[in-house]
Ligand binder design. Structure first.
Ligand code: NBG
Length: 807
């Protein structure tokens, strides 16, 4: 039998495309073209594209049913999707056609693209990884669903007032979301609180509160539309809509109370990715997502199968960090209490189904719920957690006494996720070793082989093909089509790096991206940058461990040198920062303010104006990353070794031909191995050395005393050189570096400075720089999320890609 080729269905003439856009404009938006606003055009084009996704989406779904394939369910509290319009256009191969057709209609496609709100249902790397993985699952043909929460307000909007971060609510759903299909008929009741009844061994949880979870589906289309999956986001609704009695008595606010209470569950994303706060609403959100997903999964399984003991043959559930780790107890509850299974069988099925990805070692980010809170919000689950823990203790009598899921009146979600899973994975090779050695040494000894590595990846469709059309065209001209879903083919570029013509073209593509960015930076920040200068970029969440402060201190040191010796010869740089701080994270907010204070002084300095500029565009998000990354020359990946689990921005930069200055942390280690040590600026303490360095009481003070430049910089900041209106504004910050400096800014400062001088020296040799940059792009294919997803499919999910010939 010849297989139907859905790609053929995507072919479209420009006349048809135009007619479809105009049809949507008229019948969906109710607008005459002569009166249509940008918004109307964007909606019309989005609906037209969404229509094109439906056929491959149905085809993939039908095939999964018909072939009774195993499905993967990716449970995540965050999906940092960004904009969808252009991504869909690129994957469907319609980008240029749409551009032409709209051009003829007098509409600018790039303006439409910029008009789309950025779906920011995530904080940072963990959420963006989930989005890249969804796209790769659709590209390789891994049948599956992403399950998340449809937050009405995603990550806050950041602006600066007097250099300080100010947060404003984000409202991506203010206008219609053209990508989703509402599924009001897919609804599940989710309970909280209440009590547990035990009638002759039949245990039942009687919740004290309930809400309803309803589904909103967004199709996720893979490369060339060969496969599509569903991102199913849950919204919360009240079980009883409205208290009519109260309304009739005129008590309108109270009448709407049930609705308001339910809605809070899917109202806002918690804006913090590195600390755990123990808030009841957060626990409720986690359970809301998890329970809705598991009920949906079991319902789908029972549509075609009877025997729930076979669940793991058709279902793989991935828990993205511990946020959905209540999945273990919830699945056991559903199997035991609702489907009359015994505990041991239910636990073993659960372990077969679940797997857990760990994304951080930071102790303050590891979720632990007070038993009284867990017991009150989820009383039945608290019992089951105790059962799991005592089962584990009985099964492993040599388990050390300090190990356990419930300890010191807390439920440790990492241990819970570990025990209820068949595989636990780290997100880079180094991180995986540290998970084994420092986070779960005892559990690792009891369950050898359970912890495995799956190094993160990023989708080359969005992060190269779409974000960097200049470089993408060059790649296609040089090695031909097809590298987008076979990123290992990028190595074919290596044969061309000795060719001066190719290197010139490579440099020209970078230059074009930088020119685009210059115009944008001017608009966003007022800073004028010279496209010939080195663009040195650090964009990511602001956190002490990521050491934006070290980068800034180094910048001030450079500025100081230039001022002292204004006749010197300096390599011009534009220092670009981007990122948000958690609203309650004081130290991170001080760092933001200091960057802005320093930028104001440096950018106005006539002595250094030709060499140094600092730009900090506010509100860094996915669409800003798409502009910044392709224009970067230098990628700053300078976290304290042992602290960054992987990083994924590091991959996006190197893929786009930036050179990295970085520590031996997270995936930097593997990036350096792949691109070659000579094409990577390494500096700093290793994870082991960092740990040992901290044991030395005076590490910061002695490093500062040994470094005149660092002393000078700290002195300038402490004296209020950058905050004359409030000279002691950064007292705490400087005091902290001298006296504690947990993240070893002082100890790594000189090594970092020396590496920056190597960077300068190479940038002064443009041909050498271009060759090394091109080698980075050529050797980054490994970091495609397709490779990562294939790894998960093989080692964790036991699922074969539906698009591979023999599958
Ligand atoms: C983050 C890590 C990053 C990593 C991403 C994706 C959390 C909790 N962790 O280093 O800090 O790249 O996860 O794995 O957001």
């Amino acid at each position: 039998m010849t297989k139907h080729d859905p790609v053929a269905d995507l072919a479209l003439s420009s006349e048809t495309l135009e007619a479809e856009i105009l049809r949507h404009l008229k019948f969906t938006l109710g607008k005459d073209p002569s009166h249509a606003a940008l918004y109307d055009w964007r909606m019309a084009v989005s609906y037209t594209l969404r229509d094109r996704v439906v056929a491959p989406w149905f085809a993939a779904t039908r095939r999964t049913w018909a072939e009774d394939r195993k499905r993967v369910y990716y449970l995540s509290m965050e999906f940092l999707i960004g904009r969808i319009l252009q991504d869909a256009a690129v994957n469907l191969g319609l980008n240029d056609l749409i551009d032409d057709v709209l051009g003829r209609l007098g509409v600018s496609f790039s303006e439409l693209v910029e008009d789309e709100p950025d779906a920011a249902l995530g904080n940072g790397g963990l959420g963006r990884l989930a989005a890249c993985y969804m796209e790769s699952m659709a590209t390789v043909g891994c049948p599956g669903y992403g399950y998340g929460i449809r937050y009405e307000h995603g990550l806050f909007r950041q602006r600066f007032e007097g250099g300080r971060q100010v947060e404003a609510p984000e409202d991506w759903l203010n206008t219609r979301n053209p990508w989703e299909f509402d599924r009001p008929e897919v609804a599940y009741e989710i309970g909280f609180k209440g009590h547990v009844e035990d009638r002759e061994g039949r245990v039942r949880w009687i919740p004290g509160e309930t809400v309803v979870a309803t589904a909103h589906d967004t199709p996720v289309i893979g490369w060339r539309g060969r496969w599509a999956n569903t991102l199913r986001l849950w919204g919360a609704k009240p079980t009883t809509l409205f208290d009519l009695g109260r309304f009739n008595r005129g008590d309108y606010a109270a009448a709407a109370e049930p609705e308001a209470l339910a809605r809070t569950l899917s109202r806002v994303l918690y804006p913090d990715d590195t600390t755990y706060q123990g808030k009841e609403l957060r626990l409720k959100q986690e359970f809301f997502l998890t329970s809705a997903a598991l009920q949906d999964i079991i319902r789908r399984f029972l549509d075609t199968h009877k025997d729930l003991t076979k669940l793991a043959d058709l279902v793989a559930v991935q828990m993205n960090d511990t946020h959905p780790a209540i999945a273990g107890p919830e699945l056991i509850r559903l199997l035991c209490d609702e489907h009359a299974m015994d505990f041991d069988t239910a636990l073993s099925i659960t372990q077969g189904v679940l797997a857990y990805t760990n994304h951080t070692l930071m102790p303050e980010a590891l979720e632990r719920w007070a038993t009284y809170l867990m017991g009150s919000v989820l009383p039945r689950h608290m019992q089951i957690i105790e059962h799991i823990d005592s089962w584990h203790r009985r099964t492993f009598p040599n388990r050390p006494h300090w190990v356990g899921i419930v300890k010191h009146h807390e439920v440790r979600m990492g241990d819970l996720a570990f025990v209820t899973s068949h595989k636990v994975n780290g997100v880079s090779a180094l991180h995986t070793d540290l998970v084994k050695e420092t986070l779960f040494p005892e559990l690792n000894a009891l369950h050898p082989g359970r912890i495995i590595n799956q190094t993160n990846g990023v989708t080359p469709r969005r992060w190269l093909r779409m974000a960097n059309p200049a470089l993408s065209s060059l790649i296609t001209e040089t090695i031909g089509e097809g590298w987008e879903d076979d990123a290992d083919r990028l190595t074919e570029l290596e044969a061309h790096v000795a060719d001066a013509g190719f290197l010139d073209a490579f440099g020209a593509a970078k230059r074009a991206n930088k020119e685009r960015l210059v115009a944008w930076l001017k608009d966003e920040t007022g800073v004028s940058a010279d496209p010939a200068a080195m663009f040195d970029v650090q964009v990511k969440r602001i956190h002490e461990y990521k050491r934006q402060l070290m980068n800034l201190l180094q910048t001030v040191a450079d500025w100081h040198v230039m001022r002292e010796a204004p006749n010197g010869n300096y390599v011009p740089r534009v220092k670009i920062f981007g990122g948000k701080a958690a609203p309650g994270y004081y130290a991170a907010k001080q760092i933001i303010r200091l960057i802005n204070d320093v930028a104001r002084v440096v950018n106005e300095d006539p002595v250094t104006r030709d060499w140094l500029k600092i730009a900090y565009p506010p509100n860094y998000n996915v669409s800003k990353a798409e502009k910044l990354i392709p224009a970067a020359d230098l990628s700053e990946q300078i976290s304290t070794a042992g602290k960054e689990a992987s990083g994924t921005g590091n991959m996006k930069f190197a893929l786009n031909g930036a050179l990295t200055i970085g520590t031996l942390d997270g995936a930097n280690v593997e990036i350096r191995e792949r691109v070659g040590a000579e094409n990577f600026f390494l500096f700093g303490l290793t994870a082991e050395e960092a740990a040992r360095r901290r044991e030395f009481q005076d590490h910061a003070r002695s490093a500062i005393l040994a470094s005149q430049p660092l002393q000078d910089v700290l002195q300038m900041i402490a004296e209020g050189r950058f905050s004359p209106e409030e000279p002691n504004r950064y007292h705490d910050l400087v005091h902290n570096i001298w006296n504690s400096d947990y993240f070893l800014v002082a100890s790594d400062f000189d090594a970092y400075s020396a590496a920056q001088r190597e960077v300068d020296a190479l940038y002064a040799r443009p041909a050498d720089w271009a060759r090394r940059a091109a080698l980075n792009t050529a050797r980054m294919g490994f970091f495609s999320s397709d490779r990562a997803i294939r790894g998960y499919m093989k080692d964790i999910w036991s699922v074969k890609p539906a698009l591979d010939p023999e599958a």
